[in-house]
Every structure is written in C-alpha cells, then in structure tokens.
Design a protein around this ligand. Structure first.
Ligand code: ADP
Ligand code: MG
Length: 769
C-alpha cells in the first residue's frame, strides 16, 4: 500500500444476534450507511433533545454485517499491513461496548482457524510478504502491551530473557526519529508466523480477564499488539532503511457504568475504562478539529501510547463493533457517534525513512572507489597519467618544493598541473615562499636601519622621547625621520648614506619619494643648465661644512670650560660621542643634511631654468616691442607678431609652472634646514650632557655613572656599535682611564674643588649590546 492520504478508515461491524432489531438498525444497500431509528423513550424525560430526535444516519467506509473474518481482514486491515511493510505506520482499533465483538474481530477464536481474527491474519500476511519481497531484508519484532486501570502491563514479560528476570517498570517515552515508544516493554524478534503466533497466544493467556454481567470473557483492559518492522534493500547499497509499527488495538468496553452493574473492583475498572475512552474521544475530537494545535494525548496512558498511531502520518482504521439488539441501542448510538468523529481525522501517512551512519560510510567509500575507477578509466582513454588519490608523500612534497624554488628563480619555466592535491601543495609552498621573503626583507630593513626588534614599532621609547619633549619643529623632525623608516625605502636610505659617491642616483631615488620631487627631478634632467652660480648658491655650498664646525661650536657654548690640560680633547670626545652614544642622532643629522643638499642642488638647477625662461620672455617681449614700433611706422600688424604672442604666452605659462615648483622646493629646503638645525642642536646638547656626566664627575661616582649609562643605553634602545669596533673602544677607554688615574691622583677635596673647572673622569666605554 502506498501513501493513503485522507480520512481515517472507519467500519462498522454488527455482531450477529438472533434478536437483531431491523426496525431500529437499517443498513442501506450501499454497504456504507447505517440509519438508526430510535423510538421515543418516555422513561427519560430529562433528555428532551434525545427524545425528540428519532433518526440518525451514519455514513462510513463500510458496514460489515454477516461478513466472514477473512472479509473483515481484507477490507479493514490488509492495506494497513501492506503499508506497514512499505514503511508506513498503521493502526487498527476496535471500539465498542463490551460483548460487541471487538476481541472476536481483533484476535478471533483461538480454537477455530477459520474464525481467527485480524492479528493472526496480519501476522500471516506479514511473513508471506517477507517471503515474497526478496529484494528486501526484514526484521520483525513483537510487543504486547496491556493497559489495565492506567497501569502498563507487558503481556510478554514472562518470555523475557534471563537477563531481565523481573518485570521492568515501563514508561511511555518519545524520541525524535523514533516517535512514541514504551521504555521497558519487551520486544521479541520473530522470524516466522509460528513464532509470532506463539507469542500472541502467550500474551492472550496473560490478559487480565474479568467476569462481567454482559460477557464473562470480556476484556476489562486495552490491549495493543504491535508488530515492529524494519526493512532494508538488498539490491541498493543504500544507507537508507525504513521502519514501521503496526498497532492492533483491542480497546476495553465502552458501555456506561450503570449498565454493567459493576461493583467494587469491577466498578473501579469501569471508571478507568470510561475515563480513558472519554479522553480517547477528546483526543480524537482535537485531532479532527484542524483549528486546534494541541491534542491532549498525555491525559491517559492509552492516548499517550497511541499518540503517533491516531491520524498524523499513520494509516489508521477503526472498527466500531455494535450490538444489533434494541436493548443496546444507546451504546450503539454512542459507538457510531464515536466512529463518525474518528472519520473526521485527517491523516497524512509518510514512510519512516532513516539513514544508517555505518551503512552510509560504507556506501560513500564504495562510491569513492567507483569514481576513482571511472576517473582512471577516463584517463586511460585520453592517454593521461593517472591521478594520485592518496595524500602526497614526503618525496612528492619535496619535489613540489623544488619546483616552486626553481620556478621562482626562473630556471623552471612552468609547472605542469597534475592533480588538485598537487595544486593545493603548490599554493602552500608559494605562500611559504612569500612569507619567507617578507621576513628576509624585514630583517634586511632592520639591519639597514640598525633597528632592534623594538624599533620595529613606530612608538619605540627612543622615538617617543625624541618626539614628545621637543618643540613643534622637533616633532616634525621626528616624524620626518620616522616617515623615512616607515616608507621602508632602503634604496633611498642607502642613497643618502652614500651621498658623496653617487649624488645623481640619490637625487633620482629621492625623486621617487613624492610627486613633487619627481616633478623636480624630471624637469632638472630634461634641461641643460648653465654653470653660472648665484651668491645664494655659494653660501649653500658651504653648508655641509657646518658638520666639521660642530665640536668647535660646542666649545664656546658649553657651560663647562674645556680644560686645556685634558688628555682627551673635547673634539675627540665629540668624535667618540658621534660614533657611540650619539651615533643615532648623528646618523639622522647626516641623512637630513644629505636630503637638504639634494634639495638645494635641485633648487639651483631649477633657478637656472626659471632664469632661462625669464630671459626668453624678455627676449620675446623685446622682439614684439620692436614689431610694434615697426607697425607704428607702417600703420599695420604683421603675421609674425601673432606667432610671437603665442610664444610669449607659452613661455609665461612655463615660467609660472617652474616658478611654482621652485617655490615648493624652497619650502622644502626651509623645512630640511630646520630639521638639520634641530638635529644639530639636539646632537650638541646630548653631547654636552654626556660629556658633563662622564668627563666632569668625581672619580668615585664613575662606576655608578657607568652602570647608569649602560642602563640608560638600554632604556634608550640606541643602536649597538658594531662588534668589530667594540674591542677597539673598550681598549681605548681602558687606556685613557689608566692614564687619567695616573696623572690625576688628587684628594677628594681637590677633586671636588677642581670638578667645577673642567676636572674630569674617564667616560664609560660606548654602549655595547
Ligand atoms: P468484546 O471483546 O467486544 O467484549 P467479544 O469479541 O468477546 O466481545 O465477543 C463476545 C462474544 O460474541 C464472543 O463469544 C464472540 O465469539 C462472539 N462474537 C462476537 N462477534 C461475533 C461475530 N461477528 N461472529 C460470531 N461470533 C461473534
Ligand atoms: Mg474483548
């Protein structure tokens, strides 16, 4: 059976009786309609509506009157059983008053094979189908649950294995993907019809049978016989499998309490039965009403256990068993009303499909293997080397590494692509190569700029100190210096350090730094300049010599007079300072001077060019004036005058353009000059401090002073001296110290009195790393 979307199938089965009331119960020839004609009951004046109404018509899926057990099974249950084998849940319920034939319909007679009921027939059909459906493997499990007085009873508990000798407590549970199930209920695997029937009869034996006024064998409990099916395809190597539950439910009698005359325990049973059936009816009403989103399934064990077996994705069929006698007409009406409500429930059966993770992995592996074979076959057809599937070996990775190296060096023209894994490995190697190259460049830059690790940060302590304590101009000087670092142009820096050797190339590299300087160098290189020097130029040419004046400048300005008897002159000390402690400042000063020189050189060249244009303008203007005077004589303009006008216009434009550039360069020169001045002042003041500290402090403070100096050196992150000069300086200072100690053996008093007059101690060795 395929999906059977629609209503719950509802049948009425009329129990055969000698006193069938034909005038009350009318079964129409269509086989689907039952009409009830009920005469007025004068004994019950309290129910005026019931008394007034005398006829009811119930149209159902089928009315089963005087039909064999086989026909009942075929019409009622067969499609549900077949659907269960296809993976749809199915439920067949028998509802009705006690003695109406529910158990007869569901289980039938255990003595007569012909009169066997739905359950044994369903078992037979299942195993026959399992035999027939050879393309699938089926697993069948059985459970038999009884709900007696709201207690769950496992009717097959007596057959449990020795692992669970005592009956387990059961609880109704729900799990996603599994639906509602009874935890603790024994599940019995069965492999044949006989095995299953044995379990059925075992369960029947265990049913709680109560004596009853209407039927001594009538069940006082609800029984749910369930076949649990699982099917897997034998033909498809599919990870999918389907499961289903086939619930065959024999409900307890639905008669009213008063009618049975029950007392004591029997009365209690009747109360429970009525309660559960009443809630079953409520659940069915809620299920039938599409506006309701809550169905009270959990109110009783019966409704909770049947939660996913009533409507929903389940094929559900109800058999309403009725007594055909006039005395039972009210129960019959009640049963038929229940049946017609059940008919309103919509169902939407769906296959319970699952994925088996282990089987899925197996299937995927098989798919991968098959695809590899397909690919290999395809490669063979087009004569292509086979694709490697395994992870690349060490040797293959080494080969890829070598290919990348040779490709980057240029000795390998191209790398042939073989596989996706090879492409991935190539990318990884290229990434590594780029990262390595980056590190190398960074290291080279640090080496070039004498930067320690901390100098990589823009805000190193030394730079910060330089930036923050100076004036605005000093800030600019700091940032100027930093900007050189940050632009990371080793070429321009190298050009600066080799300024005396290669001024022209330096100016070109400097030109790369800004559009303005590029413009200048372009214009400078295009024009031949004359050799005439302006007075300004002479003055500028002397500027670089200021460097040599620096120690001399410091002498008259120094607060401490230089002692003429010193074994080390201040100029020598200044040289030492520039090589050691002040090397960084000195380097910055030299670099700024180099930039200044280059700007001045450009300025000279542009001055010449501007002057040349000016001369041309003057010349053209003079020519035009001459023409005008001529025209004034002859009384007309001549053609060459227009050409001259255009020429003059162009010359003026050129002049303006060059003049602007010249002004820019002038501004830059001023700025550079300012930087140089700042650096020089800073260098000298630092030198003075250093000199005072190490040459003019008392002897006993020397060691402390030296320590402080070393500490300070660390703090300031000054670039270390090169290791080659370290030994030289150390030796030199040691020698000076020995010499001073010998020549200046003075008392502490003498030392203190002479300290103010240039008496000095030896300076510490230059900071070394
Ligand atoms: P219920 O389970 O509804 O209480 P039962 O199935 O036990 O009622 O039926 C009561 C009696 O009526 C049983 O002895 C049963 O054999 C008999 N009976 C019920 N329905 C039929 C039927 N369709 N044909 C023959 N006997 C029936
Ligand atoms: Mg019964």
């Amino acid at each position: 059976m395929k999906a059977h979307s629609g209503e719950v199938g509802v049948f009425v089965r009329i129990r055969p009786t000698a006193n069938f009331s034909q005038d009350i119960i009318e079964c129409l020839p269509d086989g689907q309609t039952v009409n009830i004609h009920h005469k007025k009951d004068t004994k019950k004046p309290l129910c005026p509506r019931k008394i007034q109404r005398s006829s009811w018509s119930f149209r159902l899926e089928g009315v089963l009157q005087d039909v064999s057990q086989e026909e009942v099974y075929t019409r009622v249950c067969r499609r549900v059983v077949l659907g269960a084998l296809d993976g749809y849940n199915g439920t067949v319920l028998c509802f009705g008053q006690t003695g109406a034939g529910k158990t007869y319909t569901m289980t039938g007679s255990t003595e007569s094979y012909k009169q066997r009921g739905i359950v044994p027939r369903a078992i037979q059909e299942v195993f026959q189908e399992v035999q027939k459906r050879t393309e699938h493997t089926f697993s069948v499990y059985l459970s038999y649950l009884e709900i007696y007085n709201e207690t769950l009873v496992d009717l097959l508990a007596s057959l449990q294995s020795s692992a669970h000798p005592s009956p387990r407590s059961m609880v109704i549970s729900e799990e996603p993907g599994r639906g509602v199930f009874i935890r603790g209920l024994s599940l019995h695997p069965v492999h044949s019809e006989e095995e299953a029937l044995n379990l059925l009869f075992e369960g029947e034996m265990n049913r709680v049978i109560g004596s009853h006024a209407l039927n001594r064998n009538s069940s006082r409990s609800h029984c749910i016989f369930t076949l649990h099916l699982e099917s897997r395809s034998r033909t498809l190597s599919d990870a999918k499998y389907v499961t289903s539950k086939l619930n065959l439910v024999d409900l307890a009698g639905s008669e009213r309490l008063g009618k049975t005359g029950s007392e004591g325990q029997m009365f209690k049973e009747a109360v429970y039965i009525n309660k559960s059936l009443s809630f079953l009816e409520q659940a069915i009403l809620a299920l039938a009403d599409r506006r309701r989103d809550h169905v009270p399934f959990r109110q009783t064990k019966l409704t909770h256990a049947l939660k996913d077996s009533l409507g929903g994705n389940c094929n559900t069929v109800l058999v309403a068993n009725i007594y055909g006698e006039a005395s039972q007409i009210e129960e019959t009406l009640s049963t038929l009303r229940f049946a017609s409500r059940m008919k309103c429930i919509r169902t939407n059966p769906a296959v319970n499909e699952h994925m088996d993770p282990a089987a899925q992995i197996k299937k995927l592996k098989k798919d991968v293997q098959m695809l590899k074979e397909e690919l290999s076959f395809g490669n063979t057809l087009v004569d292509r080397p086979s694709v490697p599937y395994d992870p690349l070996s060490e040797a293959q990775l080494a080969e890829i590494d070598s290919q990348v190296q040779r490709y980057l060096e240029g000795s390998l023209k191209e790398i042939s692509i073989i596989s996706v894994s090879q492409v991935r490995a190539l990318f990884a190697k290229f990434k590594l190569a780029v990262q390595g190259q980056e590190q190398k460049v960074n290291a080279r830059l640090r080496q070039t700029y004498n930067l320690g690790e901390e100098d990589q940060r823009a805000d190193t302590p030394a730079v910060k100190e330089w930036d923050t304590r100076g004036s605005t101009e000093e800030d600019e000087a700091g940032s100027f210096e930093v900007s050189h670092k940050n632009t990371q142009r080793p070429s321009s820096t190298r050009a600066k350090t080799k300024k005396s050797k290669d001024k022209q190339s330096q100016s070109k590299r400097q030109g790369e730094e800004s559009p303005l300087s590029k413009k200048r160098s372009d214009s400078a290189s295009k024009t031949k300049l004359n050799s005439v020097q302006s007075p300004e130029r002479e003055q500028e040419l002397q500027e670089p010599d200021t460097e040599s004046q620096e120690p001399q400048e410091s002498q008259p300005n120094g607060k401490e007079p230089f002692h003429p008897d010193s074994t080390l002159t201040k100029a020598e000390a200044f040289d030492d300072f520039k090589m050691g402690r002040g090397s960084k400042l000195n380097r910055i000063l030299q670099e700024n001077k180099a930039v200044l020189l280059e700007r001045r050189s450009l300025h000279w060249q542009l001055t010449d060019k501007v002057n040349a244009v000016k001369r041309e303008i003057d010349c053209t203007a003079a020519t035009m004036q001459q023409y005008r005077e001529t025209r004034g004589g002859q009384g007309r303009y001549s053609e060459p005058d227009d050409t001259l006008l255009n020429q003059l216009r162009e010359l003026k434009a050129l002049y303006r353009q060059r003049y602007e550039v010249l002004n820019d360069i002038k501004a830059e020169i001023n700025y550079c000059q300012h930087l140089v001045d700042q650096c020089r002042v800073r260098l000298l003041s630092e030198f003075e401090k250093w000199y005072k500290r190490y040459f003019l402090v008392p002897e006993e403070d020397l060691e402390t002073s030296m320590d402080n100096t070393l500490d300070q050196c660390d703090d300031n992150q000054l670039p270390p001296e090169s290791s080659s000069s370290e030994s030289f300086h150390n030796a030199r200072y040691r020698m000076l110290r020995r010499r001073n100690t010998r020549s200046m053996c003075v008392t502490p008093e003498q030392r203190s009195s002479s300290s103010g007059s240039g008496q000095r101690t030896l300076p510490p060795p230059p900071p070394v790393s």
